[in-house]
Ligand binder design. Structure first.
Ligand SMILES: Cc1cc2nc3c(=O)[nH]c(=O)nc-3n(C[C@H](O)[C@H](O)[C@H](O)COP(=O)(O)O)c2cc1C
Length: 330
């Protein structure tokens, strides 16, 4: 059975890898993931705010609200709160390359053009095989259009593209008006892949204390569906690599993501909850499913249920929307 896949130009022995998270903080964890069948390691992000310092980051964020500088500074973590400092991060890339045979995908995370993008070159020098660029950003201003928000992503992607030769994936938010159009533009800019999707910070309101509190709950398999749609839409309209990130908890979820069109599948919540060895269990169950349905390779599965054979995806989406509403019965 052939589980190999090609992602960002890398030949990988399986489609499964841990997503960006604290999972790759400890070398013993990374070795366990490698033994379980992970085909690459995605490191947690190094943030622009860490590289440039909070003051620079905050002043960018609040260009228009100067009097709130002190308060805005308090929103950000202090240097000691981050898992690794910028230099430690580079050393970690080299250490993982020395200790394992896994390709390392380093993650760089920021929202505005700035000197932080130069770190891409240092990550490449430290031995990273590819980069994941996370431009996590929530539009909050009335005078910033959707087009301008997308332009930010493209500008950052182009700046990073110009500074390194290694492959780059951009980790997208699920909330762009057209993921397909934006991905096409990233492809034109020389980007090698997209990761679908970022999980967006969703604040909670405490009705006893009147506080708005950050809440990072782990995902559920329900989170997978929005990814499946995007994968199926993108598979045959772009050539870049597609990674699924979000809501993959079981082998069944992996099967769905592959059938929709994923080249690679990143898992975080399930591995944080059940431990790194879970990746091996998921892989074993994937093989059982493939045997049952007589698939010899991941390549045969990939995109089997993409929208390739659907002449009018718009009508398909609209029709299914109407049908699901009409089929509801108490
Ligand atoms: C504790 C934690 C830390 C994370 N850190 C990062 C990060 O540094 N950079 C990033 O791009 N994504 C980060 N993520 C998001 C994950 O990479 C992933 O996209 C998300 O958890 C959805 O996948 P899952 O459903 O398998 O958990 C983090 C997620 C968790 C739960």
């Amino acid at each position: 059975m052939n589980l190999t896949t090609r992602y960002l130009g890398l030949e990988l022995k399986t489609p499964l890898m841990p997503g960006a998270s604290p999972l790759a903080t400890r070398l013993d964890n990374i070795r366990r993931l490698e033994d379980a069948g992970a085909s690459a390691i995605v490191l947690h992000s190094l943030f622009a705010e860490q590289i440039e310092g909070n003051a620079v980051a905050v002043s960018r964020h609040i260009e228009r609200w100067q009097d709130t500088f002190a308060e805005a500074t308090s929103f950000f973590p202090q240097n000691d709160d981050y898992l690794l400092g910028p230099d430690e991060y580079l050393n970690r890339i080299t250490a993982i390359k020395t200790a394992t045979n896994l390709p390392v995908i380093a993650s760089l995370n920021g929202t505005h053009l700035g000197t932080w993008t130069d770190y891409a070159r240092l990550m490449e020098k430290a031995g990273a095989d590819a980069l994941e660029l996370n431009t996590y950003f929530m539009a909050t201003r009335r005078d910033e259009s959707g087009e301008a928000v997308e332009q930010r992503v493209l500008d950052i992607a182009r700046a990073v593209r110009a500074s390194v030769r290694i492959p780059i994936a951009v980790k997208l938010s699920p909330f762009y008006t057209s993921t397909v159009h934006l991905t096409g533009q990233l492809e034109d800019a020389g980007i090698d892949g997209v990761v679908l999707f970022n999980r967006i910070f969703q604040p909670e309101i405490d009705i006893e204390t009147f506080d708005v509190v950050p809440k990072l709950g782990l995902s559920s398999p329900e989170d997978l569906r929005v990814r499946l749609r995007a994968l199926a839409l993108l598979r045959d309209q772009v050539k870049v690599s597609l990674a699924c990130s979000g809501g993959v908890h079981t082998a069944a979820d992996v099967v769905k993501a592959l059938l929709a069109g994923a080249d690679a599948i990143q898992i975080v919540a399930a591995l944080l909850r059940d431990g790194p060895d879970t990746l091996g269990t998921i892989l074993a169950e994937l093989k059982v499913w493939m045997e049952k349905f007589e698939y010899n390779s991941v390549a045969e599965m990939r995109g089997a249920l993409s929208l390739r054979n659907c002449p009018d995806p718009e009508a398909y989406e609209r029709g299914n929307y109407l049908r699901s509403l009409q089929l509801w019965r108490e």
